[in-house]
Write a new protein. Structure first.
Lengths: 110, 111
């Protein structure tokens, strides 16, 4: 594995902002991906970072620091439908695999 | 519409039986993957294939087998040697260095 760590659970309020962190250790790096997975469904792609900095996509943004082995997913204006598991995944330079973290289960409350 | 299909959505198996899960993609992707997901856990890689007629074991390949005779198809067989097969199985595909696309999954239950 690639030692990918995410918090197990988070709770946030509707309309608020939440930041989900992900740290990783890998000898070579070819991109960091964030996926959203609702219960019983397949993961869907949210964002991709390969260079340092912030990528913004509507209410979702993802940040990467390669030197620190750190990424976060920022969700703004939270909606109830954002309640889901958020998976961080790393693609190393060698091989063709993705390595997934165990996911962060986000619960949005009214 | 391009995408990945998996069938069946729900599958029940008796202990000691082999069962094959289907995965088909029309995205023209070279690479295909099989993952297993258990409740409250992340995705664990079973097998992957980067080109036709070639595949590699992932982290938990024991008790599983695959074939890649066509670019579009990557079936997974869960054999009787897999001691704890009840899980959610996800098939995915990608083109190198891009994001993975997932099928809807098959939930396998051993009775």
């Amino acid at each position: 594995g690639q030692n990918i760590d995410q918090p197990t659970e988070m709770t946030a309020t509707e309309g608020a902002i939440v930041q989900i962190n992900c740290t990783y250790q890998t000898s070579g790096f070819n991109g960091l991906f964030w996926y959203q997975q609702h219960a019983g469904e397949a993961p869907t792609f949210l964002s991709y970072n390969v260079l340092d900095g912030l990528e913004e996509k509507g209410r979702f943004s993802s940040f990467l620091s390669r030197s620190k082995g750190y990424s976060y997913l920022l969700l703004k204006e939270l909606q109830m439908k954002d309640s889901a598991s958020y998976l961080c995944a790393v693609r190393p330079i060698t091989g063709n695999q993705f390595y997934f973290g165990t996911g962060t289960s986000l619960t949005v409350i009214p | 519409d391009g995408g990945i299909t998996q069938s069946p959505k729900y599958l029940f198996r008796k202990e000691g039986q082999n069962v094959t899960l289907s995965c088909e993609q029309n995205l023209n992707h070279d690479a295909m993957y099989w993952y297993r997901q258990d409740p409250g856990q992340g995705l664990r890689l079973i097998y992957y294939s980067q080109i036709v007629n070639d595949f590699q074991k992932g982290d938990i390949a024991e008790g599983y087998s695959v074939s890649r005779e066509k670019k579009e198809s990557f079936p997974l067989t869960v054999t009787s040697a897999q001691k704890n097969p009840t899980a959610f199985y996800l098939c995915a595909s990608d083109q190198r260095n891009n994001e993975q696309f997932f099928g809807p999954g098959t939930r396998l239950t051993v009775l």
